[in-house]
Design a protein around this ligand. Sequence first.
Ligand SMILES: Nc1ncnc2c1ncn2[C@@H]1O[C@H](COP(=O)(O)OP(=O)(O)OP(=O)(O)O)[C@@H](O)[C@H]1O
Ligand SMILES: [Mg+2]
Length: 202
Amino acid sequence: MNTYEALASTVIIGKENRLLSYDDSLQLVGTGRSAFVFKIKSTDKAMKIFFPRFTHLAKEEGEIYKILQGVSYYPTIYYIGKNYILMDFIDGHTLFECITYGEEITMEHIKEIDYALALASARGLNPSDIHLRNIFITSKGEIKIIDVARFRQEKDCVQWDYLKKAYQRHYVKAYFPKKIPAFILNTVAYLYKQELIPFYRE
Ligand SMILES: Nc1ncnc2c1ncn2[C@@H]1O[C@H](COP(=O)(O)OP(=O)(O)OP(=O)(O)O)[C@@H](O)[C@H]1O
Ligand SMILES: [Mg+2]
């Protein structure tokens, strides 16, 4: 068993994907719908450990990261385990965090995200699941995109187009608050998913 395998095996996930315990050298930095993400303390690496029902995504996401290697907008992948992947830890804030902290998202950032997604398309991928928690602005002001597990799906994802429309129609306007509490942002996302905000579906 290698060190990473040993470390991954300390992460115990219980019923309903409750995180029960993990090694002291791990720091929980994020939770998604399919995984917990830890920083390995005193390194610059992150370990994404999939919930038991989603372990098959480790191979899928890992392989997609391999296709994207060399494109600076995506983290480097170091190892693909049975239920986890090891990649660069990204020091920064997701767009979701930027909005809740009132950190400005500029038109330059939006253009760079478009470019990063175009580079993935140029490698034969179909960027999908592009939402506010899957895009980072790093502490150096660079864009990084994570959570690429669905980049090989065939169905086209329109989330990023809708987010861009929302950015252009609302966020850039002077009246629009540049700092929005997380619960309001979550409520808007929820209403949108329930198709109760029809505006961008036109
Ligand atoms: N390499 C990383 N460096 C730093 N933080 C990360 C990294 N990867 C993920 N995170 C944090 O963990 C969260 C969950 O990770 P991720 O999006 O990969 O999980 P997921 O379960 O696939 O998500 P989703 O709910 O979007 O399907 C992210 O939103 C982010 O805040
Ligand atoms: Mg995610």
